[in-house]
Design a protein around this ligand. Structure first.
Ligand SMILES: *Cc1c(COP(=O)(O)O)cnc(C)c1O
Length: 223
């Protein structure tokens, strides 16, 4: 041990202060999370609902849990009491479910709209056009129990840095377009979640405000 806390300190001293670090702890045990916690880290990202619930119910209360994986509508109810931000809203149906389940338990849930710009066609998310028309449709005036606080996206999984940068720029451009209108009256719409272990520097250079780092902090995952 010692490696994880060194990494947390490394990120805190190198990423700009306006960029938040999400430590992606999926598939890693509670002890690894506690080492990061003891180094001051409070935001952790998980991608499986059962794992998030079991970790959140046994680890310190001041941890902010972010859900970053593909979320099925029938799992929303299970995780809602534990999450502070859902990064991966990739369909109108999921958005409506988060709203109605949030209403049911009397809360308002912060969400990010997931954009698909990468070349892989297996990735989830809205296209830039879909996200613009969904947001312009007035849906957020209708859904009172979700607050869109920004966008999330991934770059193509490639060694071609110019393609990665192109993807991040597309995410940033879409965010800017939404922020100008129809989100101009939503002062909380300010998060651009992009950048992982292999590409966070490019993401920050392209305007990321939140990076999601897993393997570089915790080591390789054993799936
Ligand atoms: C696993 C995961 C990450 C972290 O990826 P690393 O390459 O391990 O840093 C970030 N974002 C999402 C959506 C993930 O599923």
């Amino acid at each position: 041990m010692g490696h994880i806390s060194d990494k947390i300190r490394h990120y805190n001293s190198t990423i700009p202060p306006e960029v938040q670090l999400v430590a992606v702890s999926k598939f890693h045990p509670a002890e690894a999370i506690m080492e990061a916690y003891n180094a001051g880290q409070r935001i952790f990202g998980e991608s499986r609902t059962n794992e998030l619930v079991s970790k959140a119910s046994s680890l310190p209360n001041d941890i902010e849990w972010h859900f970053i994986g593909h979320l099925q509508t029938n799992k929303v109810r299970q995780i809602l009491p534990y999450v502070t931000l859902i990064h991966s809203v990739d369909s109108e149906r999921l958005l409506r479910t988060i709203d109605s389940e949030s209403k049911r338990i009397g809360r308002k849930t912060d969400i990010l709209l997931q954009l698909h710009v990468a070349q892989e066609d297996t990735k989830f998310g809205f296209s830039p056009d879909e996200i613009v028309s969904l947001t312009a449709s007035g849906i957020f005036e209708e859904l009172k129990n979700v607050t869109p606080t920004g966008v999330m996206g991934m770059a193509s999984n490639t060694d071609d840095t110019s393609r990665v940068i192109e993807d991040f720029k597309a995410i940033k451009t879409t965010f800017d377009q939404l922020a100008r209108s129809p989100m101009s009256s939503n002062i909380r719409f300010k998060t651009i979640s992009m950048g992982m272990s292999g590409d966070y520097i490019e993401a920050i250079n392209c305007g990321s405000t939140m990076v999601r780092i897993g393997s570089d902090i915790f080591g390789e995952r054993d799936y």
